[in-house]
Design a protein around this ligand. Structure first.
Ligand SMILES: Cc1cc2nc3c(=O)[nH]c(=O)nc-3n(C[C@H](O)[C@H](O)[C@H](O)COP(=O)(O)O)c2cc1C
Length: 441
């Protein structure tokens, strides 16, 4: 029988997010001719990326966040928009694209965060997502004049923070706001539930003045892969971001995360595991490799050492570059990332210089370099062999390399039935195949 409607979609399809960190994820990405750096910070560039992502039927547009700035910082963190403010602006120019932002549970109040994401969910018609982070770096505490809590305490705070936000989102019943002029009732009696949450770190004894979000609760994302990170994800996450660069390790992480979900009384499909990937796409393999080499030649050593030292939790600039990667004590910052990078260095017998370049590029995430078909093959292999439910795409620079991926790799994934040809739903939960969140309590 002649098939008329194109490739038969597979029962299970991958999810794609774009991790928007302009001018690019590669430390030297901004120096590439196809990177846009003028008019900083550039709303037009953000709108262009969002339009490209929606046209390619991406699940979400994702923004990271942090509080540090300075000459030695990664160019993409020095000067930028506050994430929720930017996503509210982008919600006006998009209709299906999920909009996910990062917010800290260490340097914020549950009420403000709950209100911001509930508002974004209403403004976007149910497309909001929240990446729950504990803010790993101690230097972030400077702008708040506070002591930076240790790793375990940050996660204990995060557990309470999320619980309080969920209760706040459930303050009003669905459909509570009736605006009944005849009866004079603006809200339905009995539709308010005032949270009464008293924790060790946070207390909330009042309701949220935003109606219940269209998704019930915005999509919750968690990106910590340490023991406490995975435990938090198993309890609360709809999406789990992770950094992986070795298939066997990624498969082990995937299996472990799914088992943990079941241990917490959830289904394995209740949370999607989406590793980060930095695709470097060229018309030929050689061209793709040349793009990466050119970026490596333009690396600012100070910035790259900042990125490497922070992730290992020790100053690497004091060690000989052509020597082996030194042992470092366990960090209180990004525990899983430091372990991942040391594992990669040991497994591949990298010198410090080789690790330096890998981290300056993809910070330990998967780094396929090649033609659109070669990149699609890598994603298909990871997806089909139980290492990922989808990917968080981290272009080395914007807009050039993101548009290469969206225009040349995505059509191949669609042709193979691995990725949606069109949106079938409206909300971010629809796209991710996740149920609307009914009341938490
Ligand atoms: C894809 C991805 C995006 C992340 N985005 C942020 C971010 O925007 N802000 C932040 O403070 N941490 C971010 N992180 C760091 C995590 O929140 C977490 O601190 C880190 O993975 C280490 O977690 P662990 O200490 O539990 O191993 C991100 C991590 C990943 C994998």
């Amino acid at each position: 029988m002649e098939r008329t409607d194109g490739p038969t979609p597979l029962r299970r399809q991958m999810r794609l997010g774009v991790f928007v960190q302009t001018p690019g994820h590669h430390v030297a990405g901004w120096r590439h001719p196809d990177a846009m750096v003028d008019g900083w910070p550039n709303l037009g560039l953000m709108q262009r990326i969002a339009a490209t992502a929606e046209a390619a039927r991406f699940d979400m547009f994702f923004l990271g966040d942090g509080f540090a700035t300075g000459y030695g910082e990664h160019p993409s963190t020095i000067g930028k928009f506050e994430p929720l403010t930017l996503l509210a602006a982008l919600a006006m120019g998009t209709s299906r694209l999920g909009l996910a932002a990062t917010a800290s549970t260490t340097y914020a109040e549950p009420y403000h965060v709950a209100r911001g994401f509930a508002s974004l969910d209403h403004l976007s018609g149910g497309r909001a997502g929240w990446n729950v982070v504990t803010t790993a770096y101690a230097k972030s505490s400077a702008v708040f004049g506070r002591q930076h809590p240790p790793h375990a305490e940050r996660y204990a705070m995060a557990e309470e923070f999320v619980e309080a936000c969920r209760l706040l989102w459930d303050s009003w019943d669905d459909g509570a706001f009736i605006g009944d002029k005849a009866s004079g009732r603006f809200v339905r009696p009995g539709s308010l539930r005032v949270p009464d949450f008293r924790g060790k770190y946070f207390t909330v004894e009042g309701a949220l003045n935003v109606p219940r979000p269209p998704q019930g609760h915005p999509v919750l994302i968690q990106a910590g892969s340490s023991g406490p990170g995975q435990a938090l994800a198993a309890r609360i996450a709809d999406v789990v971001f992770t950094a992986q660069n070795d298939l066997a390790e990624a498969q082990a992480f995937y299996r472990g995360m799914k088992a943990l979900l079941v241990e917490h009384g959830r289904a394995a499909s209740d949370a999607l595991v989406m590793p980060g990937v930095m695709p470097v796409v060229g018309r030929t393999t050689r061209e793709a490799q040349e793009i990466l080499s050119e970026l490596s030649r333009n690396i600012d050593t100070t910035q790259a050492f900042t990125v490497l030292s922070e992730r290992l939790g020790a100053d690497m600039s004091v060690h000989p570059l052509d020597g082996p990667v030194p042992d470092v004590p366990e960090t209180e910052h990004l525990k899983s990332r430091a372990a991942l990078l040391l594992q990669m260095a040991r497994r591949e017998k990298l010198t410090l210089r080789e690790l330096f370049h890998r981290v300056a590029a993809a910070r330990g995430h998967l780094l396929p370099v090649g033609t659109p078909t070669e990149v699609a093959d890598v994603l298909e292999h990871w997806f089909r062999s139980g290492a990922a439910d989808g990917f968080n795409v981290m272009p080395p620079f914007f807009p050039g390399q993101f548009e290469e991926f969206a225009r040349h790799v995505v059509p191949i994934l669609q042709e193979r039935g691995l990725f949606r040809a069109d949106y079938s739903g409206v909300t971010l939960r629809d796209h991710l195949g996740l149920a609307r969140k009914i009341r938490h309590i």
